[in-house]
Structures are given as C-alpha cells and as structure tokens.
Design a protein around this ligand. Sequence first.
Ligand SMILES: [Zn+2]
Ligand SMILES: [Zn+2]
Length: 270
Amino acid sequence: MKNELKTKKKAKYCDYCENTGIIHNHHFEELGENALVPCPRCVVSKCLCGGEDPYFFYKEGKIEECFCRDTRMKIIKINMIYNRSGINRKFRWMRLNDFKSLSRQADDAKNSAYDILKQFPDVKKGLFLWGNPGTGKTLLASIILTELIIRYAVEGRFISISRNLFKTLQESFHEGSETFGESGKIEKELADVDILIVDDFGIQKDTEWKQETLYDLVDARYEAEKFTIFTSNNNPHKALKDLSQGRILSRIKEMCRILEISGEDYRDNL
Ligand SMILES: [Zn+2]
Ligand SMILES: [Zn+2]
C-alpha cells in the first residue's frame, strides 16, 4: 500500500489530457473514429493489452488488469450515457472552446458555464438562458451537458418542450402506443436525472394540463435540488408570469440564474 501511494505521488501531471486520461479527438467525424480516446501520453504509453477488450494481459502465466482499463471503461460509460442523452446531432461532442461568444451577454453566459463545470456537483443554481432565436442558447446548454458528462460521467437528458416532451407524454395516453401507460415513468425519469436541459421552455396559457405538467417537473427538480438548464426565446419575467398562477416563475427564480443572451444571430457567424 505504501509503495502504491509513493508511485501515485510521483506520477507526473499530464498537460496533454489535464490528468483526465481522456483526449477529445477533434477530427472524429472525418476520420470515422470515436470522439473520446485514451491519452496517448499517460495512458496508451503504459498499455500492455493492445487496447483489446476486456483490457487484461498475460504476465508470467497470470492474467493481470491493464493500466489502461479504468480509462477505457470510463470512456465506454461516457459514450453510453451520451448516446441516451438526447443531445441534438448537430451539437454532438461540441466543447466549451467551440462556443464563440458574440456579445457581452454571451460572454457572461460562457463564464457561468466555466464556473458550473468547475463547481459541479456543488453548483448552487442552474441557468435560465433567454433571448431572441439564433443566439446560441441551445448550443451553450448542449455544450454544458456534454462537458459535464465527459468530466463526471453523470447521467443527463436534453428535452425540447415543443418537439418531444408533450408529444411523448400524449402518446403514452394512447392504447397501442409503445409507451402506453408510461407517462408516470417518463415524468419520474425527467424529475430524477442528474442533469436536465429543457429547451424551448414556454407554453400557451390556455393549456392547463401542460401548465400543470411543467409545474410538476420544475417543482420536482427544485425539491430534489437537481441541476437544470432552461432555454427560452421569451423573457421569463413576462412570459411565465401568469403560468400556474406564477408558481413556475417563482420556482425558476429560486433554482436558476436568469441570463439574457440577445443580439446577433449566431448562425450567421459560424
Ligand atoms: Zn494524459
Ligand atoms: Zn491496455
């Protein structure tokens, strides 16, 4: 045990992977490779299994666990979590360095993102990002989720209010649908997941069922102190004021930092 501690202390800090053991392969798409690979300097250099699953090797007639195994298993776990996260294809594996802030507001939001990555899981508040369409809110929210999954291998989901949430729930009320009778299960999963991104937050006032569903989701995450990011094209102080008698807005104010990102259309500058 003592020896083990000694060697651990002696191990040099790896600048290349910031001691995470994992490197982001920026050209994964062109090359058809994995987005995350073990660090060639501090992991692959000590690998004796040739990167073959299940990452053991023979030494003097005995099977030993390879040095690379923990890192490779972690990458497999991250990939599994990532594949079920629901992150939009066009934002897959994008990192915080890929986010170009085009305004002071976007800069502030990016800085908040850095703080969250550093502090997680002891983050006091989530984010509510709002502003006109095309200013990179959904991209930034997706990036934060990606970074948290890579760094901490935590479970996270991305849902769009307009595109998936209500549609999925409504389907679950129809006999014959694959998810029939599972609305409770779906809602519980969204309430419990470590990180939730709720994209395109907001609804018409006249749909009471939707208001209650949203309130229940927001309230459940608030009560469980779960990290949540919302994005919206509308100013929440106005758009959410009358929903569920103001209860949704009051919860969101307590659980999130509300940041405006308005200005130029991000998509014109890519
Ligand atoms: Zn390294
Ligand atoms: Zn190995």
